[in-house]
Design a protein around this ligand. Structure first.
Ligand code: ADP
Length: 612
């Protein structure tokens, strides 16, 4: 049974509820929404006489309380009338007229009640509120009398609201007293519990040490004359019996209540859902944003055990986690889990849990969670795509390797038999020249295939050993011994540092750069300089030559596969720099060239610190 059904039942069959809403207008929307939604759920008819602004708000509130006002409107079970216009129709000389009241409101109530069958009728009216606002207090009370007559003859529930601030002085006035007497029950002006806390705290602070004694006297008194929530009863009693302290207590209570209201607005409007649970997982509070994620109304969750909503695979981990959280106050713990929505769908949520059990105003474990189902799906998609890509890449590489490798065999046959042809067959001069072209072409293709194979081997993960760059350079120079001698190149190097990588790859890197520096030389004797300098957490290594240089336009292209700026006058495959770039990038570094045509080139690359 919802709290509203309890209020309705406790107040008897033809009850006449009243709420003073100026201190918290949201509380009015919530109460009216819940009161009307409960009526709809029970199959009752609803008569809603409100201002257009309020009607819109109540319409939304009925929806968020879990009922369908649109369907009720279509079926005629919900009748909405503009309070201002209806009031005009029943007034004569500013006072409500009995006959008009009966023909306008009485008729509507009777029709609605008979249409809804025996399930009953609920009405909400703001006509009295409009009269009150205009200062027509006695007219408002006269109208209440007409309502009471109708209640007795037709038999339904009625809810009225007045723009009175329970913390304001007007709350303790004869007019308010008469309003109260015209009703059967005063409904709480604020959020459940919060107004009680605010008034209690103010009484504790300002009436100490007699606060409990005062509470006892309030509980036994008959102020107000109809059943009322404790805070409102306390305020009325204090104003009547302890006027000298009443205002201070009420002012303090208003401050506390406004503070709570701000805090509640923050929580209710946060995009994250917030719940409070006890150490066993029992839900003590659920913010309204919880409804968005889980599809439950807050009150459907309160009292349930949160673990019931968890995916069976996640529940054991969550139980252990809650135990750990309960053992360690105030340390936020983050987790992800699947929860079941009311409609049965599983959603992924990211939760932050904080143990505030020792915080007197909270005394709970706070769960802050958001729906990450879409993010999870995107991550899963990305992971699948990366896996597919890796598999496709591996297949492609295996194919390229097999093709490259297998092509070498027929090439060797072409070379060998062409040479046999030259040696043994009676060929004329032209024939010999053509055969020589075939051999030369086949050899070039063989070099190309070798280069492709070494590029392929770089796709496999390299080592990450400590490597002395000096040693890699020395080995590269040994491999290039013949070319160096033939070109008369003069190569100098500063002492080089150590890095982390594979020595054979770094040797190949130096070898390619130095052989290019020799190959692409200018008129002057070849001079190559290798140096290294520290750059943040890396080493910057440079290989500078005094060769023909590179047009700035091609500075990036030359690192691509098969990209060459020369024809066959200078032999090459266009793979060397692609290999260099793959080696450096495999170590997490970068490679580039600084050059101008005719002024030499400086190839620069970065490699990591070796560490200790
Ligand atoms: P290859 O030398 O086999 O042609 P690379 O990938 O090693 O292939 O080099 C790509 C192109 O970059 C070369 O064809 C050349 O035009 C240019 N290049 C490379 N190194 C130098 C250099 N030190 N000086 C001038 N041009 C160079």
């Amino acid at each position: 049974m919802s709290s509203w059904e309890q209020v309705v039942e406790a107040a008897g069959p033809h009850q006449h509820l009243v709420q003073f809403y100026e201190a918290d207008r949201q509380a009015l929307a919530r109460n009216v929404g819940q009161y009307l939604a409960d009526g709809l759920k029970r199959g009752e008819g609803l008569l809603l006489l409100a201002t257009p602004d309020h009607s819109r708000i109540f319409f939304r509130a009925i929806k968020s309380a879990g009922a369908n006002p649109r369907a009720a409107l279509r079926s005629g079970r919900l009748v909405m009338q503009d309070a201002g216009q209806t009031l005009e129709r029943i007034l004569i000389d500013g006072r409500p007229d009995r006959e008009r009241f009966q023909s306008v409101i009485g008729a509507a109530a009777r029709t609605l009640k008979s249409r809804a069958g025996c399930a009953g009728l609920r009405a909400y009216g703001e006509l009295v509120a409009l009269l009150w606002e205009q200062g027509q207090r006695s007219a408002a009370l006269a109208l209440e009398e007409l309502w009471n007559e109708l209640l007795r003859s037709v038999g339904f529930q009625l809810f009225c609201a007045y723009p009175v601030d329970v913390f304001g002085k007007a709350f303790h006035s004869d007019a308010v007293d008469s309003v109260l007497c015209a009703h059967t029950r005063l409904v709480s002006s604020g959020a459940d519990g919060e107004m009680d806390r605010a008034v209690d705290q103010a009484m504790d602070e300002l009436l100490a040490p007699n606060a409990d004694d005062v509470r006892f006297r309030i509980a036994r008194s008959s102020v107000p004359r109809i059943p009322a929530p404790a805070p409102e009863a306390s305020i009325l009693w204090l104003r009547r019996n302890l006027p000298e302290v009443a205002e201070a207590v009420v002012d303090r209570a208003r401050q506390y209540y406004n503070g709570e209201k701000r805090f509640r607005a923050l929580i209710e409007n946060s995009s994250d859902a917030i719940s409070l649970i006890d150490p066993r997982g029992q839900v003590l509070y659920a913010s309204s944003s919880t409804a968005r994620i889980l599809g439950y109304l807050a009150e459907e969750l309160v009292g349930r055990n949160g673990f019931d909503l968890l995916h069976p695979d996640d529940a054991p981990r969550a139980t252990r986690m809650l135990e750990a959280i309960v053992a360690r106050p105030r340390r936020p713990v983050h987790a992800q889990a699947r929860v079941r929505r009311k409609d049965g769908q599983w959603r992924w949520v990211e939760i932050t849990c904080t143990n505030l059990l020792d915080e007197p105003d909270v005394r709970a474990v706070v769960l802050n969670y958001r729906d990450i189902t879409a993010r999870k799906a995107a991550e899963e998609e990305k992971r699948r795509y990366a896996e597919e890509l890796t598999r496709a890449n591996a297949e492609l590489q295996a194919f390229a390797y097999a093709a490259t490798h297998d092509l070498k065999e027929p090439l060797r046959t072409i070379c060998a038999f062409t040479q046999l042809l030259v040696e043994r067959a009676p060929l004329d001069q032209t024939g010999r020249e053509h055969a020589a072209y075939i051999v030369e072409g086949a050899k070039r293709m063989s070099v190309l295939l070798d280069d492709l194979l070494s590029l392929h081997s770089l796709s496999l993960n390299g080592r990450h050993d400590r490597v002395e760059l000096d040693q890699a350079l020395t080995k590269a120079l040994q491999n290039l011994d013949q070319a160096i001698k033939e070109s008369g190149a003069e190569i100098s190097a500063n002492p080089l540092p150590a890095t982390r990588g594979s020595e054979s790859r770094l040797t190949l890197l130096f070898q390619n750069l130095i052989s290019n520096a020799i190959k692409y030389r200018g008129e002057a004797p070849v001079r190559i300089r290798v140096a290294a300098a520290r750059r943040g957490r890396e080493w910057l290594v440079t290989v500078a030559d005094n060769g023909i240089g590179i047009d700035p336009e091609y500075r990036e292209q030359i690192f691509g596969l098969f990209k060459r700026l020369h024809n066959r006058d200078i032999p090459g495959t266009g793979i060397g720099l692609a290999i260099c770039s793959k080696i450096v990038e495999g170590m997490g570094g970068k490679i580039w060239v600084e050059s101008e045509p005719g002024k030499g080139s400086t190839f620069c690359f970065t490699v990591p610190f070796a560490g200790n």
